[in-house]
Design a protein around this ligand. Sequence first.
Ligand code: V47
Length: 392
Amino acid sequence: MSYSTSEPESRTTSADFRPRHGFQTNDPVLQTIAAKVDAGKRLSFEDGVALYRSGDILAIGWMANAVRERMHGDIAYFNVNRHINPTNVCVASCRLCAFGRKKGEAGTYTMALEEAWETAGSGLTEAVTEFHIVGGLHPDLPFEYFEDLVRGLKVRFPKVHIKAFTMVEVAFLAKRGKMTIEETLVRMKEAGVDSLPGGGAEIFADRVRHIICDHKIDGGEWLETARTAHRIGLKSNATMLYGHVENDEDRVDHMLRLREVQDDTGGFQTFIPLAFHPDNTALAHIPKTTGMMDLKQIAIGRLLLDNFPHIKSYWQMVSPEMAQISLRFGADDIDGTVIEEKIYHDAGATTPQGMRRADLVRLITEAGRVPFERDTLYRAVTRSEDTFTVAV
Ligand code: V47
């Protein structure tokens, strides 16, 4: 298959945007927030908390949908991607995680480079445009392993965008390799990393991080690593893990800290709220998130993060059905084909491992949106029988 791409600006419809339905709520707090949203004014910390405390999901969804349609019209983005997790060996022991395992424990794996390259090409029935690569913090793998992994992928799949390594992995590899964050990112970029995924952000508040991931870099270090990536020209995403021990204030604080960095760098592309999956983790006693919370999270993300171009409802995480409905509650992206997912499936996810391109198109179309195949940088992908082109 072949593909080509075009610039995203041409697809916005802000000039002629008019909400299609009237806004209704009896809640005076939401009415005040709606007036701000309508005027394009930035929402405050207190507004964010008030949105979480409200049960009026239709009013919240209406506002988020209005913003989403102002930015993207009816377009809903998806991509054809493949996840690769080179190792599950991890020194961190995060309570939130069911994927990572200590060295020597049962069930550990580390891909040889040949195996990783072979995995990249397997299940490739629809010509992926992105490899999404994240893994454990392996105590012994040298930095060169990751450089060689990326270089080898670029040689074998020169057209495929490599979105690789979370801020947490970058900081870990920097420390182990006795390099600065910037040196590490520059070497990764030279090897062929094109952008960074948004993982490892969890919740920035120290109190929460101490409970769910106390061996990881702290929130300030995550944000500083993102700033550095953006400064050297690497775009990234940003995630937020919700539905565990955090409260409304922690979530709002997390998003406002992201918004602050984005004001300075403009380097974030997409915000991805991730619903916590408790099975097989040290926090297995925590109940799974509910539909109400999942929808609210997407909508509030869209409303608070006024400087983020995209909000993704990751179908693997919230289910294809919920991702589809999210396209009317603030989301403009549902992620991609994925092909092989390990992190959530180890934590009890019952979603499929991957979806076909046609399934994603159907989900979007039935939501009354217009499916738009994007590459990682949101350029249009045009496919022909046996190849694809990205308009630049
Ligand atoms: O960083 C780990 C989370 C993240 C669990 O950038 C868990 O396009 C829920 O970041 N329950 C990795 N979440 C995934 C990720 C991601 C996914 C899709 C797209 C993009 C993107 C990024 O998954 C981790 C962590 O925050 N995670 N364990 C769990 N039990």
